[in-house]
Design a protein around this ligand. Structure first.
Ligand code: HEC
Ligand code: HEC
Length: 198
């Protein structure tokens, strides 16, 4: 290898990893994700989830499942055309970059309902997979829940309960949510949205 080729190879290798995270930011801007998920994925509009600080493995799998139509509940249809314009490599860069962003601040809400939600979270065994207060997923393939938007959490828990979001992974928790009433779902969402990410 000539010295110039060697230098070029070294430079390319150096650029590779930081460029990936930077690409994620650029792709996020270029594809218009910000319109719904907000600046750096931390300030979503109503109905859209916080993505900042989410596990990269989970994020990547969701994007791929939304693109392939495996996750196809009604609200997600709005972003299907957007994710369809990303390549598999774009999604890896997006997941890696979003995961390094500062999670959203906890939301204010109804304290009494949040306290009831805290009890349910233990009783129903949610803690086993999502960790104390939804802050420590058991696997990188499971989502953080603490600090997520309340409206989004309610829609998802109901969608998993009612088998609308019925992916292989979502079915793992079907038994835990099957008997939840709508008001219990709200209590859980109050609790989780008010929790601070550690
Ligand atoms: C038009 C609004 C809109 C745009 C633009 C959009 N999304 Fe979404 N996104 C949503 C909504 C709404 C949901 C939740 C759908 C549901 O309830 O299932 C979602 C869900 C997600 C999820 C799943 C999160 C989780 O916690 O399971 C990921 C990841 C995601 N979006 C990434 C992106 C990326 C990356 C882009 C840009 C390429 C993007 N979205 C563009 C509205 C949008
Ligand atoms: C056996 C493990 C397990 C248990 C127990 C469990 N979950 Fe989950 N949960 C998961 C997995 C895995 C996913 C990701 C599903 C997917 O990929 O579609 C998930 C997804 C979620 C989501 C959607 C998050 C998002 O960003 O879209 C919410 C909300 C949720 N769980 C709440 C709960 C609540 C509340 C309980 C208790 C009533 C619970 N989970 C019990 C494993 C579990």
């Amino acid at each position: 290898m000539s010295p110039y080729a060697l230098i070029a190879a070294v430079l390319a290798a150096l650029a590779a990893s930081p460029a990936l995270a930077a690409d994620g930011k650029a792709i996020y801007a270029a594809k218009g994700c910000q319109a719904c998920h907000g600046e750096n994925g931390a300030k979503p509009i109503a109905g859209s989830p916080v993505l900042a600080g989410q596990s990269p493995v989970y994020l990547l799998r969701q994007m791929n499942e939304i693109a392939s139509g495996v996750r196809s509940s009604n609200p997600v249809k709005v972003m299907k055309p957007v994710i369809d314009k990303t390549s598999p490599d774009d999604r890896i860069a997006l997941a890696d970059w979003l995961a390094t962003q500062k999670p959203a601040d906890p939301q204010s809400g109804n304290k009494a309902k949040a306290d009831q939600g805290a009890e349910l979270f233990d009783e129903k065994g949610c803690i086993g997979c999502h960790g104390p207060d939804g802050t420590k997923p058991l696997s990188p393939d499971y989502p953080y829940l603490a600090g997520q938007r309340k409206d989004y959490l309610m829609v998802q828990i109901k969608a998993i309960r009612d088998e609308i979001r019925s992916t292989r992974r979502a079915r793992m928790m079907a038994a835990n949510v099957r008997k939840l009433s709508d008001s219990e779902v709200e209590q859980l969402a109050e609790f989780l949205s008010q929790n601070k990410r550690k």
